[in-house]
Design a binder for this molecule. Structure first.
Ligand code: F6R
Length: 331
């Protein structure tokens, strides 16, 4: 499993090899990204990158459901992402985008989506097969950014992805040792894990939560300031249980973010919770997001090893996937 994460540099190279090939001749009203779990997380990242990009004027909407909002129409560009190509919620959303005649791009490695997109001649990007969906994050994310850049809707340019490749080369070893320290910190303290951060890093906190859920098999709470200061902060006055371990994630180049994290730190310290802070490395937001994702992914695998469990297997997701046909019905 570690190898899948250490293969992220190769995923960036794969993405660069096909950069420029997929062009959509269309100026959309909305850019919509739909998918679930590890594939759905791609939408969060595109949203975060688009929201912080100067002069980018296209609203990005992330949908993690079997339904589309009623207002989605043929004026919109929809990226349908499912690593396996078979996730039922995503298949439902895909069929609905076809009914509404949206412009579509499918990103998958296999399954129903691959077959159907080929048959219907829908733009299709195939990513590396045979790894865990959650570990295919860079390739799936860069596939979306590739299409947008090639189509004149640039959020991230090819040269920024080339910089990312160099950044990964320089920082892989660093990320690995940081991950080992984090796993040991969480393992030694054994409280419910809280991932605390500031905007616009909430996507990273969600991703980190999912990684510790799926790889380490533990529940995780997320605290995101400043919203945290208007609700969660009160919950910390009187929790039912009092055993938490806090992992803070901050952008060292965001002065307001750092002050917010300092304040959060004060509240956790008052309760006596052990706290560890991760300062994201990287020059650009894309680098910071993917560096943080790599560290958290590796840390969750390392924690699984310390807990002597298999990071790869996700039994309860499989259980859900065998029941979801009864819940949602056949497509
Ligand atoms: C498994 C994982 C899951 C899946 C999710 C949706 O590694 O990350 O969260 O991503 O169950 O499946 P796919 O990605 O195949 O559509």
């Amino acid at each position: 499993m570690e190898d899948y994460y250490l293969g992220w540099l190769e995923q960036v190279e794969n993405a660069l090899n096909i950069w420029g090939y997929y062009k959509i001749d269309f100026k959309p009203r909305l850019i919509i990204i739909t998918g679930m779990g590890g594939s759905g997380c791609v939408g969060d990242y595109v949203y975060a990158l688009a929201s912080t990009k100067e002069r980018f004027r296209y609203p990005v909407l992330v949908i993690k459901s079997y339904e589309l909002p009623k207002f989605v129409s043929n004026e919109d560009l929809v990226f349908v992402i499912s690593y396996s190509g078979d996730t039922l919620e995503t298949r439902y959303a895909y069929l609905e985008t076809l009914r509404r005649k949206c412009r579509l791009v499918v990103i998958t490695s296999n399954g129903f989506l691959e077959r159907d997109a080929k048959q219907k001649n829908i733009p299709l990007i195939l990513v590396t097969k045979g790894i865990a969906p959650r570990t295919a994050l860079p390739e799936m994310l860069l596939a979306v950014l590739n299409v947008l850049d090639t189509s004149g809707l640039t959020i991230v340019s090819k040269s920024e992805v080339e910089d990312l490749r160099e950044f990964f080369k320089e920082n892989m070893a660093n990320a690995y040792s940081e991950a080992v320290e984090i796993a040991e910190f969480i393992h030694n303290n054994k409280g419910v894990l809280v991932i605390a951060t500031h905007t616009p890093l909430e996507v990273l906190a969600i991703r980190g939560k999912n990684e510790f859920n799926e790889n380490s098999k533990i529940p995780v709470k997320i605290d995101v300031a400043p919203e945290w200061a208007h609700n969660d902060i009160v919950g910390w006055e009187n929790p039912f249980i009092n055993k938490y371990t806090v992992l803070e994630i901050a952008d060292p180049d965001n002065p307001i973010g750092l002050k917010l994290i300092e304040f959060m730190d004060e509240i956790y310290m008052e309760k006596g919770y052990p706290v560890k802070r991760v300062l994201l490395k990287g020059e650009h937001f894309l680098q910071k997001l993917l560096y943080g994702s790599l560290v958290l992914g590796l840390a969750s695998v390392k924690l699984a090893r310390l807990l002597r469990i298999d990071p790869l297997e996700t039994k309860n997701i499989s259980k859900y996937k065998s029941r979801v046909y009864d819940i949602l019905g056949q497509t």
